[in-house]
Design a protein around this ligand. Structure first.
Ligand code: TYC
Length: 100
């Protein structure tokens, strides 16, 4: 049978891939105070007061906005930290990740 002489060579990748990046998205709701959202953006996303206010207002008006772009593990960690603090303060604030 001819198959016994068939061979396939697959070269391993040598060039390291850039890590996939993920956006952390903040979602609007009717109850979370604006000041709390600004605080979250300053504390977890290293935004200054003006940047944080601008992102918060964008989310308030448009429904969703980008807080930052991170590797998967960092993005997941940001989401957990935001949601934990929101829960502790009984705010319904939601954030999520999306592949960049
Ligand atoms: N819409 C909220 C309010 O009017 C403010 C808000 C902004 C909530 C952004 C969540 O991600 C958010 N108090």
């Amino acid at each position: 049978d001819d198959d016994t002489h068939t061979s396939v060579v697959i070269r391993a990748r040598t060039k390291p891939r850039k890590p996939a990046m993920y956006k952390v998205l903040m979602l609007n709701d009717d109850y979370t105070p604006m000041e709390f959202v600004v605080h979250v953006l300053e504390r977890f996303f290293q935004k200054n007061r003006d940047e944080a206010t601008s992102i918060m207002l964008h989310v308030h008006k448009r429904g969703v906005g980008v807080c930052g772009v991170f590797t998967y593990e960092v993005a997941e960690s940001k989401v957990s930290q935001v949601m934990d603090l929101a829960r502790q303060n009984q705010h319904p604030l939601q954030c999520t990740i999306e592949k960049d």
